[in-house]
Design a protein around this ligand. Structure first.
Ligand SMILES: Cc1cc2nc3c(=O)[nH]c(=O)nc-3n(C[C@H](O)[C@H](O)[C@H](O)COP(=O)(O)O)c2cc1C
Length: 193
């Protein structure tokens, strides 16, 4: 079983990567693998579609997802948003019914707004959102700062444990004959009509 993690930072091994590594460690303790995929400049250098295709392929075999972003101007990065816009357009069916969580890394502010935006991708696609005992954020300007945010580290460790628990529960449910819901035809109306 595996969790696909998307790092929406421009810095490959910065605070967001550190936050994801903490969750990866907690997942590993529970016997769940993970892979961190770095977005970086690929969202804007003309290789976006190739990146989305790679993520779409990995999505097929993933059992859970973590969307992580530094806070840029009190929001997720444009990079992660464009990647998730494309991924959720293309791979809706492969993402559906699989658990997801979101993480924000900030120097100071904008974390809950960022988490809210990232969680919205999951909540329009029937994906159970995994939580922790606090909002899933860390604070830091440099990668090593994250480890000083003791409460943030613990919050992410609990997130990893909870993600593992839900993935295993869904797997156990399948084995016990609990069927995954079937997507129903969606009524699509415009706001004014
Ligand atoms: C363009 C830009 C905008 C930022 N905007 C915010 C902000 O609104 N609030 C904040 O607390 N930190 C802000 N930061 C700081 C980063 O969110 C913070 O240092 C984060 O932990 C960096 O994660 P990373 O190392 O994975 O890139 C900004 C950084 C950049 C480069």
């Amino acid at each position: 079983m595996k969790v696909l993690m998307i790092n929406g930072s421009r810095r490959e091994k910065g605070c967001t990567f550190t936050a994801l590594s903490i969750v990866a460690e907690a997942l590993k303790k529970e016997g769940i693998d993970s892979e961190i995929c770095f977005v970086g400049k690929r969202a804007v250098d003309g290789t976006l579609e190739a990146l989305v295709d790679e993520l779409a392929e990995k999505t097929k075999s993933a059992d859970g997802f973590i969307f992580a972003s530094p806070v840029y101007y009190a929001s997720p990065t444009g990079e992660i948003q464009v990647v998730l816009d494309r991924l959720f357009s293309n791979s809706k069916a492969e993402l559906r019914y699989k658990p997801a969580a979101s993480i924000a890394s900030a120097r100071r502010a904008g974390t809950t707004a960022t988490i809210d935006v990232l969680n919205k991708y999951a909540t329009i696609n029937e994906m159970p959102v995994v939580s922790s005992h606090y909002w899933t954020m860390v604070h830091g300007a440099k990668a090593e700062d994250v480890y000083e945010d003791k409460e943030g580290v613990e919050t992410l460790q609990i997130l990893g444990r909870n993600m593992a628990w839900l993935i295993k529960s869904i797997e156990a449910g399948k084995k016990a004959g609990i069927e995954q819901p079937k997507p129903s035809k969606k009524e699509r109306t415009n706001f004014v009509r």
